[in-house]
Every structure is written in structure tokens, then in C-alpha cells.
Design a protein around this ligand. Structure first.
Ligand code: CAA
Length: 248
């Protein structure tokens, strides 16, 4: 992967940061999107990864906004060159039972978690096809596979992500572009920290591994499918959930 440019949406989050490290170890130059550089402390994030030896940078972009993504892509490719690896990680939760859910919570979640995958991927797919090489990994969730209480919005978006993956893989396979999904289980991040404690404890009790995943355990799977050597795993979903949900 020497010197290939990787873009990771939400690359400064809990799982995103470990994905940046994993791709960095594989030799990529890595760029993360962020929405609010000040609030997210993105310069400090960049400095700390650079001190670890990684070639990282960031671009400001609201991935839920198609025009902002087009602008970001054109600036990024002029300053850093073509994006050859794209990892769509950015996501939020707006948990609520459906009978209490506000339409803002449905729409915001769909925009950030699902439309963003279109908004960003649309900017780079043609270049990948034209150059005959690309690696796209979309981060879904076990809750897209099983459904979860309080997450009709999140479960629908995460299931939709894998539909997108499968369709785009079919369009791309003959052009040297692979498109895969990684579906984490419950991971130790600020997202699971925000869950009601008794709900989180109840879920951990059902995970055969007996604990939450650590972000680097998800990043390992992303690095595996994003690797240059991965030429034939395409349109697949790779679950990483400690045997919480096993399927054929
Ligand atoms: N399993 C079984 N029962 C549940 C339940 C669950 N997971 N969640 C809630 N319930 C039950 C409660 O026990 C309660 O039952 P009773 O009425 O008999 O007491 C009833 O549903 C109502 O629950 P609440 O009082 O908590 O209702 P609420 O409206 O305040 O909140 C909720 C409901 C939004 C679902 C809240 O419980 C919640 O936030 N749950 C966590 C949802 C979740 O798992 N989010 C995952 C976040 S991490 C993530 O998304 C990352 C990833 O990819 C895995």
C-alpha cells in the first residue's frame, strides 16, 4: 500500500483513529474528514499520530452534504493526489423507540450514516475505475444485521450500507475496485459509553467473548479487506462481534 492515499470519514473517532493507524502501518498516507476542527481538536489529533510516525492529515467536510463532499474531493485531490482507498466510518446514533422518534432524528441519522456513503463515494469511484484500482470499506454494524431496540433509524441505515456495498461491488469488480462492509459488534467507544449503563451491561452479558471489542480489533479487519493483496473478497460483509451474532 506504499504511499497510496486513503481517506477515512470520521477518521478521528474511536474506531476511525485505529483504522488510520492500521492503514498507516500498511504504508498509506491517511486523511481524515472532520466537521468542526476546533471542537474536535483535530490539530492535536494530527500531531499525536504524526509523533507516532504516521503520515496523517485532515480535511474539513460535512459528509452529509453532497456539495461539501464535491468541494472537499476536488481540494483534496489537488493537494494530495488521487484517493485510492476510501473507508466510510462517519456515523452517529439518535436512539429512541420509533413511537417517540422525531423526524429530525430519523433524517439526521440517515443523512450522516447512509447518504454520506453515497455523497463521499460518488466523488471518488470514477477515478478508481479509470485507474483500475480502488479499495472501499463501509462500516456497518451488527445492529444492521439483527435490528436493535431503540434503533430503527440506525439499524435501517446500517442495513442499507451493506446493500450499497453489494451493488457497488458488482459494478466495480471488473475495474479492479473492491467494495466491502465491516460490521462491528459493540465496541468500546464514546458511542457505547453514551448508552444507558444497565442496557450496555445487559448486552455485554450476551456477548460470548464476555467484553466489548476494542477499536483496534475492528481496524484489523478493515486493514485486511482494504489491502492491495485483497483482490477477490468483494461485496462481502465481515462481522467482527466476538460471536455475539453468528450467521452463515
Ligand atoms: N432489550 C430489552 N428490553 C429493552 C431494551 C433492550 N435492549 N431496551 C429497552 N428495553 C425495555 C426496557 O427494559 C423498558 O421495559 P419496561 O417498560 O418493562 O420497564 C422499556 O423497553 C422502555 O425502556 P426505557 O424506559 O429505557 O425507554 P426509553 O424510551 O427511555 O429508552 C431506548 C429506550 C432508547 C431503547 C434506551 O433504552 C436506549 O438508549 N437503549 C440503547 C439502545 C442501543 O443499544 N444503542 C446502541 C448504541 S451503540 C451503537 O449503536 C454502536 C453499534 O453499532 C453497536
Amino acid at each position: 500500500m506504499a504511499n497510496r492515499l486513503a481517506l477515512v470519514t470520521g477518521g478521528n473517532g474511536g474506531i476511525g483513529t485505529e483504522i488510520c493507524r492500521e492503514l498507516g502501518r500498511a504504508g498509506c498516507r491517511v486523511v481524515s474528514t472532520c466537521i468542526d476542527p476546533e471542537k474536535e481538536g483535530i490539530e492535536a489529533w494530527k500531531k499525536s499520530l504524526q509523533e507516532e510516525g504516521f503520515d496523517v492529515d485532515w480535511v474539513q467536510c460535512d459528509v452529509s452534504d453532497f456539495d461539501a463532499c464535491a468541494e472537499m474531493a476536488s481540494q483534496l485531490e489537488s493537494s494530495h493526489g488521487p484517493v485510492e482507498v476510501l473507508i466510510n466510518v462517519a456515523g452517529i446514533t439518535r436512539d429512541s423507540f420509533l413511537h417517540k422518534m422525531a423526524d429530525e432524528d430519523w433524517n439526521a441519522l440517515m443523512d450522516v450514516n447512509l447518504s454520506s456513503v453515497f455523497n463521499v463515494t460518488r466523488q471518488f469511484i470514477k477515478g478508481m475505475r479509470d485507474r483500475g484500482f480502488g479499495r472501499i470499506v463501509n462500516i456497518s454494524s451488527v445492529n444492521g444485521q439483527t435490528g436493535q431496540f431503540g434503533q430503527t433509524n440506525y439499524s435501517a441505515a446500517k442495513a442499507g450500507i451493506h446493500g450499497f456495498t453489494m451493488a457497488l461491488a458488482k459494478e466495480s469488480a471488473a475495474k479492479g475496485v473492491t467494495v466491502n462492509t465491516v460490521s462491528p459488534g459493540y465496541v468500546h467507544t464514546s458511542m457505547t459509553d453514551a448508552m444507558p449503563e444497565e442496557v450496555r451491561n445487559g448486552i455485554v452479558a450476551q456477548i460470548p467473548a464476555g467484553r466489548l471489542a476494542e477499536p483496534h480489533e475492528i481496524a484489523r479487519a478493515v486493514g485486511f479487506v482494504a489491502a492491495e493483496e485483497n483482490t477477490y473478497i468483494n461485496g462481502a460483509n465481515i462481522p467482527v462481534n466476538g460471536a455475539f451474532f453468528c450467521s452463515f
